[in-house]
Design a binder for this molecule. Structure first.
Ligand code: ADP
Ligand code: MG
Length: 387
């Protein structure tokens, strides 16, 4: 696959699709990690003498009131601070002002185009990969670089659209994501353990189906464990259960003995309650909100013997201190001889916020995109790049 390094960028207008979809509260960016992750590619392009034109979406634009909420101006300011360089922000997604600004760029200059989803207001042009829009944006540049891993599972005008009309490559962030995730999914070093958690089985069916044959063990915790436990005839009380997926769980349990389920739980009578206790048998008025100490020891056995681990979905309601022990204990089990990949938005924030970023090999920056990779799907924003 072509990367940014395969092009001569000097004096070229290089369109870079970045992922600046950061959380913003009252005009203030509360987490600038995604902007930081894009710096390597932008700095490289500037140093090669490119004229850098950046495209990103921010939030969703359905009605006029969404425009001001999702203005990229604060991102432009933060980017300029992080780069230590002027960034020209164009408050338009097309037209004379944008074209004139690009025309007057010198080598090494940076332009940030307004939120690509402003084009969704009338006719969802960005999100439906409108042919005319992709072609128009492509006409503003000479080379296209996709470095927005988090959007690569979508075929939008600002990735697939532009890429269909220009010589294209991937940037350093996408390259890092693929280099870390693909070998683990296609050719893992065994023993290979998958840990799944989170609230819903239905979100993870594709991941289970793709990885069950490839892995040696599948440890299931979190809310989704209770659908599996119920499928085995175990009382799960008020725990979160998806009754529509009991049959799927039964099928999986009948098909393989790789699945390891919790043997005890931290339970409470409600999510709001401030008390909880550990039990092996959940009663009717209790719900399971974290894995218990015996389960932690059981999971440890498999994790310690593994060479490769893929983890998606926290094993408890980690947002609440009472229920983060399982997720934390798992983080503490990893050692530097193992390849540990974290996929999924909440899983990434759990590992980072609990302080275990340095314990793992790779934390994917793409929530939905990383899940689709784990499901074995092709990402349209990446397949369009070609050889
Ligand atoms: P990711 O974003 O990493 O794919 P998910 O979105 O699937 O992860 O799951 C994260 C959510 O699962 C968290 O908000 C967490 O509170 C919830 N969760 C974990 N364990 C439980 C449980 N036992 N009951 C209800 N929700 C749970
Ligand atoms: Mg999530």
């Amino acid at each position: 696959m072509k990367t940014i390094k395969d092009f001569d960028l000097n004096s070229k207008r290089v369109l870079i699709r970045v992922d600046f979809n950061v959380p913003i509260k009252d005009g203030i960016i509360t987490d600038d990690n995604r902007i930081r992750e894009s710096l390597e590619t932008i700095n490289y392009a500037i140093n090669q003498g490119a004229k850098v034109i950046l495209f990103s979406h921010l939030g969703r634009v359905k009605e006029a009131a969404d425009l001001a909420k999702n203005d990229l101006l604060p991102v432009s300011k933060r980017l300029s601070e992080l780069l230590g360089k002027e960034v020209t922000f164009v408050n338009k997604t097309r037209g004379e002002e944008l074209e004139a600004t690009i025309q007057s760029m010198n080598n090494g200059d940076i332009v940030l185009v307004q939120n690509t989803r402003y084009e969704d207001l009338e006719g969802k042009k960005e999100s439906s990969n409108d042919e005319e829009l992709g072609k128009y944006w492509a006409s503003l540049g000479d080379i296209f670089i996709n470095d927005a891993f988090g959007t690569s599972h979508r075929a939008h005008a600002s990735n697939v659209g532009i890429a269909s009309h220009l010589p294209s490559g991937i940037g350093f962030l996408v390259l890092k994501e693929l280099n870390n995730m693909l070998p683990v999914i296609t050719n893992p070093i065994h023993p290979f353990t998958v840990i799944l958690g989170g609230s819903k089985v239905s979100d993870k069916i594709g991941v289970i189906e793709n990885l069950i044959d490839k892995c040696d063990y599948l440890l299931i915790g979190g809310g989704m464990a209770y659908t599996f436990l119920k499928a085995k005839g175990i009382n799960v009380g008020k725990s979160i259960v998806e009754d529509d997926y009991i049959d799927f769980a039964k099928e999986m349990l009948a098909k393989t003995d790789k699945i390891i389920l919790p043997v005890d739980n931290v339970v409470s009578d409600s999510l709001e309650s401030e008390t909880c206790h550990v039990t092996e048998e959940i009663s009717n008025d209790e719900m399971g909100l974290d894995i218990g100490p015996k389960t932690i020891e059981l999971f440890r056995k498999y994790i310690l013997m593994s060479k490769t681990i893929v983890w998606n979905g926290p094993v408890g309601v980690f947002e609440n201190k009472l229920y983060q022990n399982g997720t934390k204990s798992i983080c503490e089990m990893f050692n530097s001889t193992q390849t540990v990949i974290i996929g999924g938005g909440d899983s990434a924030s759990a590992v980072i916020n609990l302080g275990y970023k340095d314990r793992v090999t790779h934390i994917s920056t793409g929530g939905g995109a990383s899940l689709e990779l784990l499901e074995g799907k092709e990402l349209p924003g990446i397949s369009i790049i070609g050889e």
